[in-house]
Ligand binder design. Structure first.
Ligand code: ADP
Ligand code: ZN
Ligand code: ZN
Length: 732
């Protein structure tokens, strides 16, 4: 009898008899995909275990229809991880597998390694001979590269030449000049190996590498704490090298590959051969190809975002989580809500390998694990090249003149740094032109109809947009209520860019936020213009803190540090401190000393004061003490039951009933709520949550196990969308 996980919301496995096939059950093992009858459908499932008995009477058992694999798609430790996640996040195994496996595999695609090949068509050859395409240099370069290799090449080869060849390839495919095909891999190209050596390690780097390497072959968790530019990536590279030399594979998790092409680039520079890169922008067949390269052990380096924590990795030897504090490691939407950072540690434990978490601003959870002796912390205190840490100063917005969001001292500092040939980074965590459109006559404010939010003015685009639901409308010239003129109020990055342009005429300014990246797709060009020194001022959101190294930035101005100082979410201060320190870390990365100015109306606020006095460590210590006192995580365990419905009553009513069916919670466990979310209406739906807080982990999970089936049985559950979020990161 085989227990099979199938992608359904039912929280259990399904029993099947061996297939009526000539080869029978010979190769059936856990991790093998099978096609099974499920009601009237046929579904692809994964064998989880083999059992002697079933709870079902024998006449109701049906046989497996087809065995899809020769070898397991998920090897033992990944399969264990999937089951661990199913239990910990209280989610059906079949649906965890849906997160873990590429879609094409879930639909039954084969596992054998095929190779994606790109071939120049006859018309493509003709066009190239005629010098086309003239206006698309990347496409032209790709065509020429392919022609120089006899007219065809595998995708891996192309990736080694350029990180961004795919866009060009797709454009050429549309023109009919290139053809894509999947062919069986003929000869095995050389596996990943070291291409180039790195610099001499600083003593602290060498020490970190040695300690992690010494732990190989067993589980151990390390926290590598070092400011941006202190050489963490170099440590990852060296440990990856060490892992390859031992014949093992390294799994490297990063926040968002689209934003950190430099990291992928550095791995490609250092290592020859295939690297399996897994991220959310891949097409289904690209994902399958990368997944197969990892599965077959052909790629000895697997680099990916959140869901790559489930990637099949043959001979896993090391796990690295870069920027572990980054919120994108937490999946907080959809059905399976998980933390890839936490699962990475679990996976390391299951596979008996070391795991290294890196950050300039570690989250409080791993810091607490360091304090408790569970993780080993290693620090990189110096930046290579001896540049000094930047000098932080607060600008009191109550006593300084401010014009269009920029205070006089900040404006003077910008002038000074520009005059001294430095570059300036201006940070504001709000994109668009202005957060509000106001009628000065009647007080009307442009609202989003679907959300409890205002519409943001996007002046250049001439649109009003909601940053929560995506609603998009033309920018009105007059108030729809009284016909009087309307005006944008407040600042967004687009407006700051314009303001600085007026204040510093002739100084080239670039902007980096999601609008820029989406509209022009030119993150690259912003980075290039800053790196080359052509642009002198960079205005941006959070996005500027990710990955890019601009060594000539000597001044960072944080325009508004106050969002988050007084939030109801107990994690808001941590996020704010991380953002400030990350942004500040962008100053003075080269030889010149950096300066950081933070504009605030609350210069006496303890959070800002602790950052000034002791940088991030001082803050973290105070914040952990506060969490202990208030008994928030990591000193307690949280889960959030979230619901949304068409009406407020549907969402709140469902949660109230859930609370009622919970009965009296056991000792040490509290139910808080239900309460409407801070922004209750979002995209036309009303959101609410019920928090479950527990002193210890086991009673929480025991409680959830008993409670969830009762919630599922509630009639009111049919009128809402609901999900359980274990270890929620944001409390809306
Ligand atoms: P982080 O990942 O902490 O931001 P990086 O590893 O990217 O830091 O290092 C910052 C810069 O310093 C990079 O340009 C890197 O090549 C360089 N670097 C790192 N380690 C050394 C070293 N031991 N000697 C010389 N340069 C180094
Ligand atoms: Zn009006
Ligand atoms: Zn909206």
């Amino acid at each position: 009898m085989f227990r099979v996980a199938v992608d359904t919301p039912l929280r259990r496995l399904f029993d099947y008899l061996p297939p009526d096939l000539p080869q029978g059950a010979a190769k059936l093992r856990p991790g093998i995909r099978v096609r099974v009858p499920f009601g009237r459908r046929r579904l692809v499932g994964v064998v989880i275990s083999v059992a002697d008995t079933s709870d079902l009477p024998p006449e109701r058992l049906r046989p497996i229809l087809e065995v899809l694999d020769e070898a397991p798609v998920l090897e033992a430790s990944t399969l264990e991880l999937v089951q661990w996640a199913a239990e910990y996040y209280h989610h059906p195994v079949g649906q965890v597998l849906a997160t873990a496996l590429p879609k094409l595999l879930r639909l039954g695609a084969g596992l054998e390694a095929t190779e994606e090949r790109w071939t120049v068509s006859a018309s493509g050859t003709e066009a190239a001979a005629a010098g086309a395409p003239k206006r698309a240099p990347k496409q032209r370069a790709l065509l020429e590269l392919l022609l120089s290799r006899g007219g065809a090449a595998a995708s891996e080869v192309l990736s080694e030449h350029s990180e961004s060849w795919r866009e060009a390839a797709r454009a050429l495919e549309k023109r009919g000049w290139l053809e894509r095909s999947d062919v069986a891999r003929v000869q095995v190209p050389e596996p990943s190996r070291v291409r180039a050596g790195g610099p001499m390690l600083l003593p602290e780097q060498g020490d970190a590498v040695e300690r992690v390497a010494a732990a190989s072959g067993a589980f151990a968790a390390f926290l590598l704490q070092g400011v941006t530019g202190s050489g963490k990536t170099e440590v990852y590279l060296r440990l990856t090298e060490e892992t390859l030399v031992r014949g093992r594979t390294a799994l490297v998790l990063v926040p968002e590959i689209g934003l950190t092409p430099q990291l992928v680039g550095r791995f490609r520079e250092r290592f020859a051969g295939p690297i399996a890169v897994l991220h959310s922008a891949l097409t289904d067949s690209e994902r399958l190809a990368a997944w197969r390269a990892a599965w077959s052990g052909h790629a000895r380096i697997v680099l990916g975002t959140r869901s790559a924590v489930f990637a099949p990795v043959a001979d896993l030897g090391l796990i690295v989580v870069d920027e572990e504090h980054d919120a994108s490691f937490k999946q907080h939407e959809g059905s399976l809500r998980y933390s890839a950072r936490d699962l990475a540690v679990v996976r390391a434990r299951l596979a008996n390998v070391p795991v290294l978490l890196g950050s300039a601003t570690p989250s409080l959870e791993p810091l607490n694990n360091v304090a408790a002796g569970r993780y080993t912390r290693m620090r990189l205190l110096r930046r290579p090249g001896e540049s000094k840490p930047p000098l932080l100063k607060l600008i009191d917005l109550r006593t300084n003149a401010i014009e269009a969001g920029i205070s006089t001292p900040a404006a003077l500092a910008i002038e000074r740094h520009l005059a001294a040939d430095g570059q300036v980074l201006v940070f504001l965590n709000r994109r668009g032109y202005a957060p509000t459109l106001l009628c000065t006559a009647c007080g009307w404010i442009a609202p989003c109809r679907e959300c409890d939010a205002r519409l943001t003015v996007h002046l250049a685009a001439g649109r009003l947009r909601c940053h929560h639901c995506g609603a998009d409308a033309p920018l009105p010239a007059r108030c729809p209520q009284c016909g009087f003129a309307v005006k944008p109020v407040g600042q967004g990055t687009e407006r700051i860019e314009a303001t600085l342009g007026e204040r510093f005429p002739g100084v080239p300014i670039v902007r980096l936020d999601r609008d820029v990246v989406r509209r022009r797709g030119d993150l690259d060009s912003v980075v290039r213009r800053m790196s080359s020194g052509e642009a002198r001022i960079l205005v941006g959101t959070q996005m500027v803190t990710k990955g890019h190294d601009f060594p000539n930035v000597t001044l960072v101005v944080v325009l508004n540090a106050d969002q988050g100082l007084f939030s109801t979410d107990f994690r808001a201060p941590e996020r704010l401190a991380q953002t400030i320190v990350q942004v500040a870390g962008r100053a003075g990365r080269g030889a010149k000393e950096g300066e950081v100015l933070i504009q605030t109306e609350f210069p006496q606020h303890p959070l800002l004061q602790s950052l000034l006095a002791g940088s991030y460590d001082g803050f973290a210590e105070a914040a952990l003490a506060e969490r202990l006192q208030a008994s928030w995580p990591p000193f307690s365990r949280l889960a959030a039951l979230r619901a949304s419905g068409k009406t407020r009553d549907a969402a709140l009513g469902f949660l109230a009933e859930a609370r009622a069916v919970a009965g009296a919670p056991p000792r040490g466990l509290r139910l808080l709520g239900p309460v409407p979310a801070a922004m209750a209406k979002r995209a036309g739906r009303y959101h609410a949550q019920l928090l479950i807080e527990s002193q210890e982990r086991p009673p929480l999970h025991h409680f959830l196990d008993g409670w969830l089936p009762r919630i599922e049985a509630q009639k009111s559950a049919q009128r809402v969308r609901w999900a359980l979020d274990v270890d929620p990161l944001e409390l809306f």
